[in-house]
Design a protein around this ligand. Structure first.
Ligand SMILES: [Zn+2]
Length: 237
């Protein structure tokens, strides 16, 4: 891993301005900051002002900083109060995790490194949620804004997605050692039952059960999955 991850979280007193709704994320929206500041400065600015402008994560050449929990919405897609209807067009602000890639204004080595960190981080998020690269959207997809401007102007959106897809593939070394192992069939059946119930309750996608059944679920996948299930069960209460 080339980046470090940390959280500098929006105080809940600011939720009404910057993250008013509970969200069950379905997409990841990619942005370029159109600025030359590092992630810490971008986040500090976003947290300190009182504008209805917000996003979940900023990525630079060294770190990924999360400012808003993924179960709250943020205002970064320019599609207004929008909708949580999966068929609506205006759902970026209500269903997507906003990722800002720093240093895009001038580009250069810092930007290149930031973009690569975003590729790796987004790949990790997709795996955690059991999603494919089809869940990754441009800001432009929601309201037409020319963003992420640098990726668009350099005509690299498709290659950006390909890099994410590539980063999602398990490395040769982790292919086998990290697979879930069970000491007996009873434990295995119990884990399968736990996953199936979460699928039945629509807390997670069915692809997770398929992954379990075809034996490709890793212990890392399962740990992430348990977190998602717990979080979503909490939200339902
Ligand atoms: Zn944007």
């Amino acid at each position: 891993m080339t980046y470090t991850f940390r959280q500098i979280l929006l105080p809940p007193t600011k939720y009404p301005i910057k993250a008013p709704y509970i969200m069950f994320p379905q997409f990841i929206t990619v942005h370029n900051t159109a600025n030359d500041a590092p992630a810490a400065n971008e986040i500090a600015y976003m947290l300190s002002n009182n504008n209805q402008v917000s996003y979940h994560v900023a990525v630079d050449d060294k770190e990924v900083i999360q400012a808003i929990p993924f179960n709250r919405n943020a205002w970064h897609c320019g599609d207004g109060g929008g909708s949580t209807d999966p068929n609506a067009l205006t759902k970026g602000n209500r269903l997507s995790i906003g990722v800002e890639i720093c240093y895009s204004k001038s580009g250069g080595a810092c930007y290149v490194a930031a973009e690569e960190n975003a590729v790796q981080y987004i790949a990790k998020l997709l795996k955690q949620y059991g999603w494919g690269v089809d869940r990754v959207k441009k800001h432009q997809d929601w309201n037409g804004k020319y963003c992420p401007h640098r990726i668009l102007s350099e005509e690299r959106w498709n290659s950006f997605l390909n890099r994410i897809e590539e980063a999602m593939k398990p490395k040769e070394t982790e292919k086998d050692d990290d697979k879930m192992q069970f000491t007996n069939e009873t434990t295995k059946a119990a884990v399968r039952d736990y996953i199936k119930q979460a699928v039945d309750k629509k807390l997670i996608e069915k692809s997770w059960l398929d992954k379990f059944d075809n034996g490709t679920m890793t212990t890392g996948d399962y740990e992430g999955l348990k977190l998602i299930i717990a979080q979503r069960e909490n939200n339902k209460k």
